[in-house]
Design a protein. Structure first.
Length: 508
């Protein structure tokens, strides 16, 4: 449907973007163009650390394009070609992917093309899901009636050949199971034969899935992970994970099982329980149970100690970790009762954050700190919550969403009418600035561009206006100049459309 280019800003080469260009010959109104626009609309409404972010859409230029964040990393299909990935590395990737799908499905969006080539691992070892060209809203009819011709069959569920049974949620979840299997084995689960027409090969793969047993990465892989992959890739729809939340919970449980030490023996000494080298206080034994590494071990109450004898007590330290948060400078962050501000280097580090899953609340923007406490926020503030699993005794990094560029359009209806009924730029030059940025003049009395959230000064000059004459309306402007100054609030999301009815053409 298109080509994605890596692009650099002409004035600031270090600023890069991924630009998806609609394929040649598809610019006319067509099904492909509808999907292209739909992809931009869906992505533009999403904000998740593991989903690529759209910056803008231009359909009024040739060729039309979508501008997205550039993700510097490798797709998982390239990773699989390099061999099997250790489970301790692949499991966090699949957890992040399931988290992205949970976010999508909760908002009624189905990806319908989850495959290794659309899952990128960036230079921070973080998953980013891309390519929403086939995504749809749950309440939106299929854009195409020939759904069978889209998507990658190798990662579609066995019921792919029966559109009446094919569910887009199950499509996404089944694909995660197949990808997980391929990462752990370094092999393709359902490869094409390479013989004959591609359509025939696809049908062969689809038919082979009708008889294939659930995928199993085999011995050497933790049983919790093997069971998860089998459940995700079984032919029986009712036996699979029903939702992305259920799959996500299973992945997190598998991670916890992998981190749990094996307890081989236990003994009581001087009122102290020693389990695999972990020592628990004897005070806990008075009730007959001690919890060690998330497991309950029943023991008998300790014998009564002779009077005056001290007990040998040691208490395991609390499980804590380090949390590094990266994002826009000045962002206020709060987690587990701890708070901080991202500094000029774009980072903030919190030590001794309680281990386990934590809710991180952030507020991006000037004077937005009260939003953390539930106060009514300005529309210019970016406020949200993200869940993150803080590694006990280790560190974890969280990347906050960047400050968006909000589309801004300015229209001055009276400027479209001038001498002869048509506004001519050569007669009345038009200049529009928003803050420090100059917007692009697109036509008679029309300009567009983008701006960061905040309050900006808009100045529209028509004709030849000296610096001291800018903003001379409504008090009156000299001949050959018409200039309006206005304060404009740009919200964190959406777009700004301004109609300047009070801006007339200059007097000659």
């Amino acid at each position: 449907m298109g080509t994605v280019y890596r692009c650099s800003h002409v004035e600031a080469p270090r600023l890069q973007a991924a630009v998806k260009v609609l394929g040649d010959g598809l610019h006319r109104p067509s099904e492909a163009q509808v999907r292209f626009i739909r992809e931009a609309e869906i992505l533009g409404a999403l904000d998740h650390p593991h989903i690529v972010r759209v910056r803008g859409l231009r359909m009024d230029v040739h060729p039309p394009f979508i501008e997205m964040d550039f993700v510097d990393g490798d797709p998982l299909d390239r990773v699989v070609k390099n061999g099997a990935v250790p489970v301790e590395r692949a499991l966090p990737w699949m957890t992040q992917l399931a988290s992205a799908l949970s976010y999508l499905h909760a908002r009624g969006v189905r990806h319908r093309d989850v495959k290794p080539g659309n899952v990128l691992i960036n230079d921070e070892d973080r998953v980013v899901l891309v390519d929403f060209g086939l995504a749809t809203d749950a309440d939106l009819e299929r854009i195409t009636q020939e759904g069978l011709s889209f998507g990658t069959v190798s990662y579609a569920p066995p019921e792919w050949m029966d559109p009446d049974r094919l569910d887009a949620v199950q499509w996404d979840l089944y694909a995660v199971g197949v990808i997980f299997y391929e990462l752990l084995t370094g092999s393709i689960a359902f490869p094409l034969s390479g013989k004959g027409p591609v359509r025939k090969q696809l049908l062969q793969v689809a038919m082979a899935k009708q008889k294939a047993p659930p995928l199993d990465p085999g011995e050497g892989i933790p049983e919790a992970v093997r069971a998860l992959i089998r459940k995700a890739t079984t032919k029986d729809i009712e036996s699979r994970f029903a939702t992305a939340d259920e799959l996500l919970a299973a992945l997190k449980a598998a991670a916890r099982a992998g981190n749990r030490s094996v307890v081989s023996s236990a003994r009581v000494r001087n009122g102290v329980v020693v389990v695999g080298g972990v020592v628990a206080a004897s005070a806990l034994l008075a009730v007959g149970t001690v919890f060690v590494l998330n497991r309950a071990v029943n023991v008998a109450p300790p014998p009564e100690e002779p009077a005056g004898r001290e007990l040998d007590l040691e208490v395991a330290p609390p499980q804590v970790g380090q949390l590094k948060v990266r994002g826009p400078v000045g962002t206020h962050v709060r987690v587990a009762g701890m708070a901080g501000v991202i500094q000029d280097d774009g980072e903030m580090v919190l030590e001794d954050v309680p281990g386990g899953e934590q809710q991180v609340r952030f507020a991006i923007g000037e004077a937005c700190e009260p939003c953390l406490d539930g106060a009514e926020c300005s529309t210019t503030c970016g406020v949200g919550d993200l869940s993150i699993d803080v590694a006990s005794g280790g560190g974890v990094q969280l990347d906050l969403p960047p400050i968006p560029r909000v589309p801004v359009s300015v229209v001055a209806p009276q400027l479209a009418k001038g001498r002869g009924g048509v506004f001519k730029k050569k007669d009345w030059p038009l200049r529009v600035t928003l803050g420090a940025r100059t917007l692009q003049v697109k036509g008679p009395g029309e300009a567009s561009g983008s701006a960061a959230p905040g309050v900006h000064t808009l100045v529209v000059d028509v004709g030849t206006c000296a610096a001291e004459e800018r903003g001379c309306l409504p008090d009156g402007c000299p001949p050959k100049c018409s200039s309006l100054r206005r304060s404009v609030t740009v919200p964190w999301s959406g777009r700004v459309q301004l109609s300047l009815d009070s801006l007339p053409p200059p007097q000659r």
